[in-house]
Write a protein that binds this ligand. Structure first.
Ligand code: MV4
Length: 450
């Protein structure tokens, strides 16, 4: 087992990882930017080292500084968390070259899955159901157009390096195809320096269903059920839950088996997520694979009773999976609300600042993962997520009640947050009926002001 782990991240996930290490008796090193001297991760780790100025390009994204810090502090592994360098194949490769364990999959897999048209092709070849559409990537509008006609409109034009809806356009017919393709490609060239595109059939009002998988170095792969992440605003997840109200035990088994096959097809190791689109008729299609631990991993932890961060560390150190598929039971229902420093009255503009007072809810089945505390100043340089409020109940109805109750008790003073917005989502009849898809927020909260 590792003696010391460096956490190449900040915020609640850095705190979450430090706690897991401490429970396992592993020493921790925090890295922090000049804006994060007073951050909880900096204060909580056994040791901390400043890696640069506030902008993440000069600190949390600076590979050389992080690797230098790891060597200087004599840490034997790096946990990258999510965001920042977590899906940077080059960084994972450099770790390997420096004899530092990157807690995650091999850089080869990160590379392959980071290229979404290649991921799609790989999965097609492994007989994984993917969204209907082209097998090969396209670079020119004419070949793209021919492919779209063959697939049949409407189609989704996607950038191979895309993410968060960037480089993505719907085309409803030949009339609008060229302009949409050119705009999507332009966005991709500007954002990712990559003109590689691919074309899929457009799936109307799908659910975003993702399966957590976990794989060890010995070829054992398990799935830990699904998360329903359909409630999103501008490609940002707002609230996630497990299990999904749309998935029967039979469908879970089918999709889980496909997710495990997908992971095995790329010799996956460590924690990963297989994203599916689920259409109205409950057909499911592979969309992407994420090669990191995800923000929403706690809902999976609550319903499975497993600690995903500890499992990641054990696997990276060469231990076999602590569970087999038969041991895994999905118990009850968990919901996570992302609490952000943002102002719903001003188009959800981020609003960092001083936390004057925080009162956290508690009680049976209530969990809070956060890095904020009284008198903490939220810096403007990073993501606006302040806290993950997670509840676990015996069923979906109880989980919703618990979350509404917990949100009602939560007080964050000094800055604007989306707490009331979350409460209103959970109070909506369509949400309570489990009648959700990716159109939920645009449909019911097009211009949310309470
Ligand atoms: C789609 C789709 C419909 N059909 N692909 C959005 C982000 C990117 N990762 C994939 N996305 C979508 N791809 C096809 N062929 C609809 C979306 C989509 C979406 C997906 C998941 C969650 C929220 C979403 C909101 C709008 C569009």
């Amino acid at each position: 087992m590792f003696d010391k782990i460096l956490i190449a991240n900040r915020g609640e996930i850095a705190v979450r990882i430090i706690r897991a290490c401490r429970e396992m008796g592993i020493k921790t090193v925090a890295v922090y930017s000049e804006a994060d001297r007073d951050s909880l991760h900096t204060l909580l780790a056994d040791e901390a080292i400043c890696i640069g100025p506030a902008p993440s390009t000069q600190s949390y994204l600076n590979m050389e500084r992080i690797l230098t810090a790891t060597v200087a502090m004599k840490a034997d592994a790096i946990h990258p968390g999510f965001g920042f360098l977590s899906e940077n194949a080059r960084f994972a490769e450099l770790c390997e070259k420096c004899n530092i364990t990157f807690i995650g999959p091999s850089f080869h897999v990160i590379n392959k899955m980071g290229n979404k048209s290649e991921a799609r092709k790989t999965m097609m070849e492994a007989n994984i159901p993917v969204v209907p559409g082209g097998k090969e990537a396209v670079h020119h509008v004419e070949e793209a157009k021919a492919m779209a006609e063959k697939i049949g409109f409407p189609v989704m034009i996607k950038a191979s390096s895309g993410g968060g809806g960037k480089g993505m356009r719907i085309s409803n017919g030949l009339e609008d195809f060229e302009s949409n393709f050119n705009n999507a490609q332009m966005e991709s060239i500007k954002g990712f320096s990559d003109d590689t595109m691919y074309i899929e059939k457009y799936i109307e009002k799908p659910r975003h269903i993702e399966f957590q998988i976990m794989a060890d170095k010995f070829g054992h792969v398990v799935h830990l059920g699904e998360r329903d992440c359909s409630i999103q605003r501008r490609h940002q997840k707002v609230l996630e839950e497990s299990p999904s109200a749309a998935i029967s035990d039979e469908l879970r088994q089918q999709m889980g088996e496909v997710a495990v096959r997908a992971a095995k097809a790329v010799n996956y190791e460590n924690a990963g997520t297989i994203e599916f689109l689920l259409d109205k008729h409950k057909n499911f299609f592979f969309m992407e694979m994420n090669t990191r631990i995800q923000v929403e991993h706690p809902v999976t932890e609550m319903v499975t009773g497993l600690d995903l961060i500890k499992e990641q560390i054990r696997i990276a150190s060469g231990e076999p999976l602590s569970v087999s598929q038969e041991d895994i039971r999905i118990q009850g229902h968990a919901i996570e609300c992302r609490i952000n420093a943002e102002n719903p009255a001003k188009h959800f503009m981020p609003c960092p600042g001083l936390i004057k007072n925080i009162h956290s809810p508690g009680g049976n089945g209530v969990r809070i993962d956060t890095h904020i505390y009284n008198e903490y100043r939220v810096p403007a340089n990073y993501d606006s997520m302040l806290m993950k409020l997670i509840v676990h109940g015996k069923d979906r109805e109880e989980a919703i009640s618990k979350m509404r109750s917990a949100l009602g008790e939560l007080i964050i003073e000094g800055i604007e947050t989306n707490v009331d917005f979350q409460f209103d989502i959970l109070s909506h009849d369509a949400y309570r009926d489990g009648d959700i898809d990716t159109d939920f927020i645009p449909k019911y909260f097009p211009d949310y002001i309470r």
